[in-house]
Design a protein around this ligand. Structure first.
Ligand SMILES: *Cc1c(COP(=O)(O)O)cnc(C)c1O
Length: 231
């Protein structure tokens, strides 16, 4: 119980120290709770402690948890691989942002669905910055073409970019992933392909959020350091 609240404090302190070291405003970094496999009663403790941004990897978890947390106000992000046949669930479960936009087909399916709904959806483009074949996300050299296509999708509002960095104990190797994402974003803005409003960078997890903040993260996604190791 109490562990969750003190873990959050701990993470908030880590974020604040990293911001200070990097000369950044602490308010420029948002904490997203990665709640995969975490039960609704434990998520509730975090929300009641003041957290407002949650991310799930699977639609099935929103299906189960949404009803149990319906009295609370929080923002729902989808951070896992989104299958085409689950696009309708983005509407059904009230998802505020899909961080894991990673294919042209998904882009068009989402756009068509939200046209039907008559509203818009926040999205982030997921980039595979570590080149590991096990990971989803666009190759960095596909991103600009993708962004040009995204401009044709009126309902999709690009907020920025997301990556799952290299999983490695070598901080400097991990850092290269985060530098890659930031440079892509900067270049896309400099070349006028996207507006400066699409500049969020969702990167960094329990083990490496400091490195991500040093390289410009505006959203860090933290799971195990708050809720404990997943079984
Ligand atoms: C699980 C997960 C996280 C959080 O990872 P931790 O190491 O538990 O902090 C962040 N992003 C994504 C996409 C995840 O699936």
């Amino acid at each position: 119980m109490n562990d969750i609240v003190s873990n959050i404090k701990n993470i908030r302190n880590r974020i604040a120290s990293a911001c200070e070291r990097a000369g950044r405003d602490v308010d420029s970094v948002n904490l997203l709770l990665a709640t995969k496999t975490v039960s609704p009663d434990r998520i509730r403790i975090a929300i009641e402690a003041g957290e407002t941004l949650l991310g799930e990897n699977r639609m099935q978890e929103f299906a189960v948890k949404n009803p149990e947390l319906s009295d609370l106000k929080y923002e729902r992000h989808f951070i896992g691989h989104l299958q085409i046949n689950k696009v309708k669930d983005v509407v059904k479960y009230g998802i505020d942002c899909v961080q894991s936009l990673d294919s042209i087909e998904l882009m068009h399916r989402l756009d068509r669905r939200f046209q039907t709904e008559g509203r818009s959806l926040n999205v982030m483009v997921q980039v595979n910055t570590s080149f590991e074949t096990s990971k989803f996300g666009l190759n960095p050299d596909e991103v600009f073409t993708f962004l040009k296509e995204l401009k044709n999708c009126d309902t999709l509002k690009l907020k920025g970019f997301m990556t799952i960095g290299l999983f490695d104990s070598d901080t400097e190797a991990v850092r290269l992933s985060y530098i890659r994402l930031r440079e892509l974003k900067d270049r896309a803005i400099a070349e006028g392909i996207i507006s400066s409003e699409s500049s969020e960078l969702s990167m960094g997890m329990s083990a490496d959020l400091e490195t991500a903040i040093e390289e410009g993260a505006t959203i860090v996604r933290v799971g195990s350091a708050i809720f404990g190791t997943r079984s």
